[in-house]
Design a protein around this ligand. Sequence first.
Ligand code: GTP
Ligand code: MG
Length: 190
Amino acid sequence: MIKTAEFIKSAVSISDLPSDDLSHYLLLGRSNVGKSSLINAVTNRKSLARVSQTPGKTITLNLYLLNQSFYLVDAPGYGYAKRSKTQAKSFVTMIRNYINQNQKLKKVILLIDFNIGPTIDDLSLYSELIHFDIPLIIVATKYDKLKSSLRLKQQKVLTEKFITDQKIYFTSSETKYGIEKFIAEVFENE
Ligand code: GTP
Ligand code: MG
């Protein structure tokens, strides 16, 4: 259970990160997939992280300290068409450096829109991430948006896109479906 949550800081490079030894959990995914909303659902706060209808709102790595014991890190989304190529590239470099150089990174959490399924960008990032020596979790977001009669089938379709044994959580930040299980299992050692 998440008892306390506070925004600590925004970071653009590894040198901006806190110097303590607490673990980091990084959220990645397309713009608009629901990263910031997941932070709000997990922390049970309405607007701790900034959520918007317009994609591209998160432009830095934003560190949230949970239960005074670990950081949940919101990142800029990818695949946002209105962003300049230069800015998109610099985000990729920032996130890549963060993954490569941050020794306190415990898990990478890749968000996929449950209704849309993994995009080409999602799958190419996924295949890059599975080669890193770091646990990779998938969260299928916006579970509430699909008609309940179609959910089971879509769950199967989505699961088949990833490697066997890939851990996938199905969640809705709107209805809180799957959030408790996600917290209990993903942050189990914190
Ligand atoms: P960027 O910061 O642009 O990368 O986007 P993000 O991944 O942080 O997405 P954000 O959390 O801002 O959510 C984008 C939109 O999706 C908002 O309009 C949210 O209200 C909506 N949304 C997020 N999660 C859910 C969900 O579980 N269900 C529904 N129905 N809508 C959701
Ligand atoms: Mg965001």
